[in-house]
Design a binder for this molecule. Structure first.
Ligand SMILES: [Zn+2]
Ligand SMILES: [Zn+2]
Length: 268
C-alpha cells in the first residue's frame, strides 16, 4: 500500500505556496474585516465569511497573483507561456469578480473565463482561490472563539468548504478541521458531519491497510465520508493543510467506494 500518492515535488510546491499565503495574511490589517454574525443566519448554516464585510485592497490581491505566478513559473518553467498573460488580463473589476466567484466555488465561471482567454482550465480558479485564502484564514482567526459546532450539511461554518477532515486529539475527542480557512470545531465521534446521522448501524469505518493512524468514516444515510486522522501519533502537529494533502489516498479510496465529501440525504 502506498501511503501517500502525492509526489515530493508537489508537496514542496504546496509548502512554498502555504508559506506565501502565511506571509500575505500577515500583511493584512485585521481591521479590514467586519463580521456581522447574525445568529439566525449562522444557525441556518450561512458561513461566517458570507456574513463578513472585507475591505479588499485590490492592488494587494493583484500583487499576490503576480507573486504566485512567479513561484509557479520558477517551480516549472514550462508554465511560463501559460501564465505570462495573466497580469495584463487582470484589472480591478476582474479581481473583484475572481474573489467573489472563488468564494462561491463557481467552477462554471472560471471554466468559462479560461475558455474565453485560451487558458488551461485549472489556472484562473487555482490562482483566485490561492489568493483568497489568506482573507478566509484571517476571518477564521477572528471568529474561531465563537465556532463551537457546525450545521450538518452546511460545510465549514466559516468558509463553506465541504467537510472532509477530522483529527482525534489527546482526550480522544474528534475535531473537524477546514483545510481551506483553518477553522476547527468539535464533533461527536460517531456522527456524520454531512447529515447528522448518529446510528452506529449505518456509520462505518473503512480501514486502510498498512495505515493504522487514519481511517475513513462513511455514512450509509447520505453516502458522505470524512477522513479521520489520529493526530496523537505526531509529536509536532503538522499544519492542517498538510494533514489534508498527505491523506489524499483516503479521499481516493472513499470516492472509489462511492462516497462523497458532500453527503446527500437519501430521499427514498
Ligand atoms: Zn473553512
Ligand atoms: Zn450522513
Amino acid at each position: 500500500m502506498i501511503k501517500s500518492v502525492v509526489s515530493n515535488e508537489y508537496q514542496e510546491l504546496q509548502k512554498k505556496i502555504a508559506e506565501l499565503q502565511e506571509q500575505w495574511k500577515l500583511k493584512l490589517d485585521p481591521e479590514i474585516i467586519r463580521q456581522n454574525l447574525d445568529k439566525a443566519a449562522v444557525e441556518a448554516g450561512v458561513p461566517a465569511a458570507a456574513l463578513t464585510a472585507i475591505d479588499f485592497e485590490i492592488s494587494l490581491f493583484l500583487q499576490w497573483i503576480d507573486e504566485l505566478v512567479a513561484l509557479l513559473v520558477k517551480n516549472n518553467p514550462e508554465l511560463e507561456s501559460k501564465l505570462s498573460g495573466i497580469s495584463t488580463l487582470l484589472n480591478e473589476e476582474t479581481a473583484i469578480l475572481w474573489i467573489e466567484e472563488a468564494f462561491a466555488f463557481n467552477q462554471i465561471y472560471f471554466a468559462a473565463y479560461a475558455a474565453e482567454h485560451g487558458m488551461e482550465e485549472w489556472i484562473p480558479q487555482f490562482l483566485a482561490e490561492t489568493a483568497l485564502r489568506p482573507y478566509l484564514r484571517l476571518i477564521a482567526e477572528k471568529v474561531q472563539h465563537e465556532i463551537n459546532h457546525a450545521v450538518h450539511g452546511a460545510g465549514c461554518p466559516v468558509c463553506g468548504e465541504p467537510v472532509r477532515l477530522a483529527a482525534i486529539v489527546e482526550d480522544g475527542k474528534k475535531v473537524i478541521h477546514c483545510p481551506r480557512c483553518f477553522a476547527n470545531w468539535p464533533a461527536r465521534r460517531l456522527e456524520c458531519a454531512h447529515c447528522g446521522n448518529e446510528n452506529h448501524e449505518t456509520i462505518y469505518f473503512l480501514e486502510i491497510e498498512g495505515d493504522v493512524t487514519s481511517k475513513i468514516q462513511v455514512c450509509e444515510e447520505c453516502n458522505g465520508y470524512i477522513k479521520i486522522i489520529d493526530s496523537r501519533q505526531y509529536i509536532t502537529k503538522p499544519p492542517v493543510a498538510f494533514l489534508d494533502l498527505n491523506s489524499i489516498h483516503l479521499d481516493i479510496v472513499a470516492q472509489e467506494n462511492g462516497y462523497s465529501s458532500i453527503g446527500k440525504k437519501k430521499t427514498n
